[in-house]
Write a protein that binds this ligand. Structure first.
Ligand code: NI
Length: 339
């Protein structure tokens, strides 16, 4: 029985493997877009029965690893030693902790993803007051102006290689813009895709470096996540993003204040397509369009797992919106009330 700890830092991922009989394979390093290489390494070292362990500062790998047929457990901070601001707990410690504490770790699944076992309702309640105050200042957007017939399509977690390319092809075919909330690990690994997003007139926002559960993070860690991602994007586009989407929409009053004090605007959504859970293209289309109205922000994903259903659903979503007289705008355009 093998356990693989998967760590992240400012350059990519490391995988260390530990067998129940005490054999240990030291960490190997991978670029963040090399899921194929990571899965091949896990199979070569561990065979097919490996259990992967990530910590709650990494929300990018559970989907692709589950798509590859692997179990993925999430280790929470109270199970782990302290970590640096710019990285997770080291891979060999994640493997060791995972092997020792497996029964206490949350197993991610396609129904709740890396949020398995968490309840966000309390968080939304305690953050509602500051969210409303920031919204009045134009520093937090969940919905655009009600008097403008506009909708903003948004894509999170990329750039995601070929899937992002297919989504960009569809947007280009219809001549409509979107907003891509990129994660730093992927932006650093795929600068050419970041460049294409910007060159084709889409907006780029900040979706943190490693897709952490922000309520687990200190102020220094939150600022690392934002600044490192902004640098990776600005290295390509020359512009630091001013829009931030917190992973899972999970925030605390503290983390919202840290983001706002950093001069950034938080962007949430009203139309959740749930596409990350791969419910089928027709369900994604229905989730996007049911109850949509002026100022709606639609949440989709261009990475974090197989996005072929999102690609298949997108033309139908765009055609329905255009037929209904909506202008598709970027979130920046929605915030300024223009198109
Ligand atoms: Ni995300």
């Amino acid at each position: 029985m093998w356990t693989a700890g998967i760590a992240w830092d400012g350059a990519g991922y490391q995988i260390a493997c530990l067998h129940a009989d005490g054999r240990a394979v030291p960490a190997s390093r991978f670029r963040a877009n090399d899921i194929t290489g990571m899965v091949a390494h896990l199979h070569a070292v561990c065979g097919t029965g490996v259990t992967c362990v990530v910590d709650s500062t990494n929300g990018l790998l559970d989907g692709p690893l589950r798509d590859a047929g692997l179990r993925v457990l999430r280790a929470d901070p109270w199970e782990l030693p302290a970590r640096p601001a710019g990285g997770s707990v080291p891979a060999h410690l994640l493997a060791r902790r995972g092997a020792a504490a497996e029964g206490r770790l949350a197993e991610t699944d396609t129904r709740s993803g890396s949020l398995k076992g968490r309840d966000l309702d309390d968080m939304y309640r305690t953050s509602a007051t500051i969210a409303e105050a920031l919204a009045r200042e134009g520093r937090c957007l969940k919905r655009g102006p009600a008097h403008l017939r506009q909708v903003a399509l948004t894509f999170d977690d990329g750039p995601g290689g070929a899937d992002t390319g297919r989504i960009l092809d569809v947007l280009r075919d219809y001549g409509v813009p979107a907003t891509f909330f990129c994660v730093g690990l992927h932006a650093q690994a795929e600068p050419a895709t970041v460049a294409r997003i910007a060159d084709e007139g889409h907006a780029i926002g900040n979706h943190t470096w490693s897709h952490p559960f922000l309520p687990d993070l200190t102020r220094d860690e939150v600022l690392f996540q934002l600044d490192a991602t902004a640098r990776a994007i600005a290295d390509v586009t020359g512009q630091q993003p001013t829009l931030v989407r917190p992973p899972y929409g999970a925030q605390t009053p503290d983390s919202m204040a840290w983001v706002a004090d950093h001069g950034l605007t938080t962007v949430l959504w009203g139309q959740d397509t749930n596409d990350w859970s791969q419910p089928g293209a027709e369900a994604i289309r229905a989730n996007a369009l049911t109850g949509i109205g002026n100022g709606s922000v639609v949440l989709m994903h261009d990475a974090g797992g197989d996005r072929s259903q999102t690609v298949a659903a997108l033309p139908g979503v765009i055609e329905a919106l255009l037929a209904d007289g909506y202008s598709l705008v970027t979130v920046d355009q929605m915030l300024t009330g223009g198109a």
